[in-house]
Design a protein. Structure first.
Length: 253
């Protein structure tokens, strides 16, 4: 999975929501608590070193409640990622319908029949915004498209189904949340006693994030894909993230 064991990560005095990421720029932000990442990073480090899933839940509880400011503020941190997810949804829905997506540099006629990996690269290059979340958005889109289009060697828009689009969006949001947690963890993964423990910890955390994403977001998408557009899917992502944060806030209170 390739998570580095050390990230600079934000400091306790950094804003809860950077300006480029805010899903609600008009709403005031509370002042971040001093040393707000400490409890989260400590518990996550204990999980990484020892493997106790209770420590992982405790870390995520502290992450949701304190490090990110609670469900109302924490979900706002994903505004840019959700907007990009909405753009990804619109692009894939257009391709499913045999239409060229409204994305600069993407021509339907040049995509069909090409190597799927090259199509994924072209879509991601066209959709990633130039802001502070660009790297995480790029990784999330690549992971989501690769997972959803697995087995499609040559790109064929006739094979894109509503289920593929749902799977893509679930994978995208999972990866966005996972990558943000890793970024905020600073050196917690360096607490592992071996590379194997890092991999096990990554896998467990990703599975927990995916399970929560499936629980709260899948019902908002399944059966509704053809009634949604990118702006609506942006809202769906933020609602699901807020619900995930609400669940995590209750961990080990």
């Amino acid at each position: 999975m390739g998570t580095s064991t050390s990230h600079p990560g934000p400091g306790s005095n950094s804003p809860l929501v950077p300006s480029w990421a805010d899903s609600n720029e008009q709403a005031p932000q509370p002042e971040p608590e001093g040393d707000r990442f400490r409890g989260f990073r400590t518990k996550l480090g204990q999980f990484v070193s020892g493997g106790d899933h209770g420590d992982l839940r405790s870390a995520l509880g502290r992450y949701a409640r304190t490090a990110t400011g609670g469900r109302a503020v924490g979900s706002r941190r994903f505004g840019s990622m959700a907007r990009s997810g909405g753009a990804l949804f619109d692009a894939m829905a257009a391709l499913r319908d045999g239409r060229a997506p409204d994305v600069s540099g993407i021509d339907l006629a040049t995509l069909n029949g090409r190597d799927t990996d090259l199509v994924i690269e072209a879509l991601v290059d066209a959709l990633v915004p130039p802001n502070g979340d660009a790297d995480r958005i790029r990784v999330a889109m690549q992971e989501a498209l690769s997972e959803a289009l697995e087995g499609m060697v040559e790109f064929d828009f006739n094979q894109i189904t509503d289920d593929i689009i749902v799977d893509m969006m679930l994978a995208y949001v999972t990866q966005c949340i996972y990558e943000q947690i890793v970024l905020d963890s600073r050196d917690a993964f360096a607490k592992a006693t071996s590379a194997g423990r890092v991999e096990q910890a990554e896998k467990a955390m990703r599975e927990l994030v995916r399970s929560a994403t499936d629980t709260y977001m899948e019902p908002l998408l399944t059966g509704n894909v053809r009634t949604l557009n990118g702006r609506m899917v942006e809202a769906v992502q933020l609602r699901a993230i807020a619900d995930i944060w609400a669940e995590w806030e209750a961990y080990n209170q």
